[in-house]
Design a protein around this ligand. Sequence first.
Ligand SMILES: Nc1ncnc2c1ncn2[C@@H]1O[C@H](COP(=O)(O)OP(=O)(O)OP(=O)(O)O)[C@@H](O)[C@H]1O
Length: 243
Amino acid sequence: MKIMFKKQGISPAVTEGGTPRVHFTGLSAGYPGRTVLHQLHADIPALAITALVGPNGSGKSTLLGVLAGVIRPTSGELRHLGNRPPAFVPQRGAVGDALPLTVRQTVEMGRWGERGPWRRLTRQDHTTVDRTMERLGITDLATRQLGELSGGQRQRALIAQGLAQESDLLLLDEPTTGLDPEARDRIASLLAELVADGVTVVQATHDLEAARSADTCLLLSDGRLAGQGDPEQLLSSSTLSQI
Ligand SMILES: Nc1ncnc2c1ncn2[C@@H]1O[C@H](COP(=O)(O)OP(=O)(O)OP(=O)(O)O)[C@@H](O)[C@H]1O
């Protein structure tokens, strides 16, 4: 099993169809005693939105965990063709309701990768946090506890934490699930803006509208790649009913 971070030396096969931000081949991964992902081969194109789609338990969150570096592949090769660690925004439900954190503290944690949890944040860090909260429209929620927010407000705080990491690769686990149409549209517009700003976005989603508006799509079924490419073509009703 190989994990590599590098900017150069991409093989022609990899660059075909656009520069990839992540390339993986023969990738298998899972949890102790249980293989979930089986021999996946795919590219995540740079400066685009990739949707990870598939039924419950098909391995979307596990693949995000592998891309984020929190789950180690058991075999295969994973290449990151960028020079910054990815920013990972977990599912809203995975973040404890009882955590005694304000929105501002939540977003500040996005700077810990640079600074470490015990070092004081710099003025530049605070500026980044302010700017990110403004961008997500949560400045007026700064002193509120995370656990007392609505689903959409909480989701924006978690995305702000991801953005505050200033990575060029943002990995999101179901960012729009359970949100009303206005909140979903807001997040969709933000993701498009981020791509225009130079960020590569990968989102696991059950939201077919979000998936269809992505640039490309990886369809997972039972830990295997059931298809990849144009979401409009891939997410036809016949394919969806098959999986
Ligand atoms: N921590 C864990 N330990 C053991 N097995 C796990 C763990 N997390 C997930 N799994 C198993 O791995 C498989 C894939 O789960 P995963 O969460 O990646 O799927 P998913 O496609 O994201 O599902 P959902 O759409 O429900 O979020 C499932 O069978 C699940 O039970």
